[in-house]
Design a binder for this molecule. Sequence first.
Ligand code: SF4
Length: 238
Amino acid sequence: MNQKITYEDWSDISSSFPLDDPSKGAKNVLEWAYGTYLPDEIIYASSFGAEAVVLIDLIQEVKSDARIVFLDTDLHFPETYQVIEQIESRFPGLQIEKRKPSLTLEEQASAHGTALWKRDPGLCCQIRKVEPLRKALTPKKAWISGLRREQSPTRANTNFLNRDDKFQNIKICPLIHWSWEDVWDHIRTRELPYNELHDQGYPSIGCFPCTQAVGTEGDSRAGRWVGSGKTECGLHTK
Ligand code: SF4
């Protein structure tokens, strides 16, 4: 089944991955992905949140020198940089690359005004996340994401393999069948490092201006862009 799927040569083989293993199909998908694409054709774009440390743990079992990209907006919490350092120590073979936007915060403020995230978070995410990922993906064939179906209605129809019109790439989502409880069971069982903010009421952690503590119960995407109507940074929307 090592058929290389590309944006131009799309074929959905998502249903062919067996689910009856402890990882709910994730390991099968990752073994296919790293066995199919060349090392410079595939990256994992990681947020280093709870799903991310699980996915990194699964990835390093399949590909110990996998390439991981972190979109460093210059607006992350110190705890996020701390967990990246912990992951680097735990899995020293992984190639973790921090990608910066083309504009510094000062340049962005000069061009678009201060605190753009308050007035136009869509543009801010476009500059600080979407465009850096676009550059990181070109000319990659595939990228991996930690999306889970139960995270939000906009993610409920995600498949293992997805034709990504936005980046003209294949988006691979190994964790679609995992619950929030599955994620935390894996973190505890494997004693993985994780972002300390998860213990302080932050289920989902992005940039500090757009992330609030909301407690430990309920929607795992709650606390992001509260009050703005925005629910996604734009990486996963058309
Ligand atoms: S999450 Fe907020 S601060 Fe970060 S890039 Fe998006 S709008 Fe800007």
